[in-house]
Design a protein around this ligand. Structure first.
Ligand SMILES: [Zn+2]
Length: 414
């Protein structure tokens, strides 16, 4: 680690600016006085930073409110058009991209279905790049205005000079995704585990707001869990997200897609649920087939039994998360997690209560995610937003040519 530089006035200004932008981002619109109270910075410091941010086009004035007897207070907000971010969800059944302005309003989206077993490296890289160019084209936003592209992926992400992926289920063993994408784009890339990015989205905008320490369970064909503390996804060592789906619930149990046996994913992943049911379903693609199975449970004892068992295993898996991490909130997300949560939440809770220790269980709530299936993409887009609020990402000069874009970061949140 480099020796720490001497603390300078410039550092202080940059820190103040960072604190103020984060505060304004989550409380906008608000006045300079509100910002001063929220951050503890002097009104002179707030005025200086805000003057600079208005000059740079980051902050704009948005009307005013009366103050008690004094002059009206001018309201401030982040300029939504100061820059844009893209979020991409590399899921198991689809690749989804969304382009957002700086205040996270969707400006364009693209959705490319993927066969659950079609995770060849070339296909995935090509579809990520196609989705990205589709949202750039449809939004009309020039690449130079893009602060960065966040990508949520399954598996373990090793952050280094370049993000490298380990997804045993797909045969990704040290896949240099960032380097492969570099061949097709020079925009700054931020790659992280999809459960982590979904967790960030729920924490910033959804069911995790106000939580101190949340776990987001991302359930699709497979399972992942993002552990989120104080608004930041905790990274244990070099990995991100947890491979919760590959924890053992039954020694010597069902075959798991990773090659081992008895893992939670082999009981609770959408592919496993449909497989455990074993009877024909009216639809063949995984998302519609699971929806059909849930609908059938009202009339078919076999479908009901499979879902009861799913709730039992899922609750037991959640109990492990509660005992290990003691979160104050557990959020079920992912397309299958949302579907199962909406229909089975009481049974899932009952199983979690039966399998967890009483004290940590009493301190947590289990809820269904509020953001819907775009949480992974939305959360991925918050990665370049974080870098921006921290002063580590800026739009390119307005006069820069769009074919002259060079990466400005290493793909990590600064
Ligand atoms: Zn496994």
């Amino acid at each position: 680690m480099p020796e720490r530089r001497r603390w300078t006035v410039r550092d202080l200004r940059r820190d103040n600016r960072c604190v103020l932008l984060w505060s304004l981002y989550f409380d906008q619109p608000c006045s300079r006085q509100d910002l001063s109270e929220a951050t503890g910075l002097s009104s002179a410091s707030v005025s200086n930073v805000i003057r600079e941010a208005i000059h740079e086009g980051i902050v704009i004035e948005a009307g005013s409110v009366d103050s008690d007897g004094g002059r009206p207070r001018v309201l401030l907000r982040i300029n939504p058009d100061h820059g844009y971010v893209a979020g991409i969800d590399v899921g198991e059944t689809r690749i989804r991209a969304e382009l957002f302005d700086l205040t996270m309003t969707v400006r364009a989206n693209a959705d490319y279905p993927l066969e659950p077993r079609e995770h060849g490296v070339d296909v995935v890289v090509e579809k990520i790049l196609s989705c990205l160019s589709a949202v750039l084209r449809d939004s009309g936003v020039p690449p130079r205005a893009i602060l960065g592209v966040g990508i949520g992926v399954p598996g373990v992400v090793e952050q280094g000079a370049e993000a490298v992926l380990y997804g045993q289920t797909y045969g990704w063993d040290g896949l240099p995704l960032e380097r492969l994408l570099r061949a097709g784009t020079s925009l700054p890339l931020y790659i992280d585990n999809g459960a982590n990015t979904a967790g960030l989205a729920e924490l910033w905008f959804g069911a995790g707001q106000g939580a101190r320490h949340a776990v987001v369970c991302l359930i699709g064909s497979g399972l992942g869990a993002g552990i989120i503390g104080n608004g930041v996804a905790e990274r244990a060592g070099t990995s991100s997200g947890t491979e919760w789906g590959h924890t053992t619930v039954m020694v010597g149990g069902r075959d798991c897609r990773c090659g081992s046996r008895g893992h939670l994913e082999a009981y609770v992943g959408a592919e496993a649920i449909i497989d455990r049911y074993g009877l024909p379903l009216p639809r063949t693609d995984e998302e519609s087939a699971l929806a059909a199975l849930v609908e059938l449970a009202g009339t078919s004892p076999e479908a009901a039994r499979v879902l009861d068992e799913t709730a039992l295993y899922l609750g037991a898996g959640i109990a492990d998360l509660i005992n290990l991490f003691r979160p104050d909130r557990i959020i079920l997300g992912g397309w299958a997690g949302l579907l199962l949560g909406q229909h089975l939440l009481p049974a899932i809770r009952a199983s979690a209560r039966a399998h967890a220790l009483r004290h940590p269980f009493d301190q947590t709530t289990i809820t269904v995610g509020r953001l819907g299936p775009d949480a992974v993409a939305r959360g991925a887009a918050t990665l370049p937003i974080q870098a921006f609020l921290n002063g580590a990402a800026t739009p390119r000069r307005a006069d820069a040519a769009d074919d002259d874009i060079r990466p400005t970061g290493t793909g990590r949140v600064g």
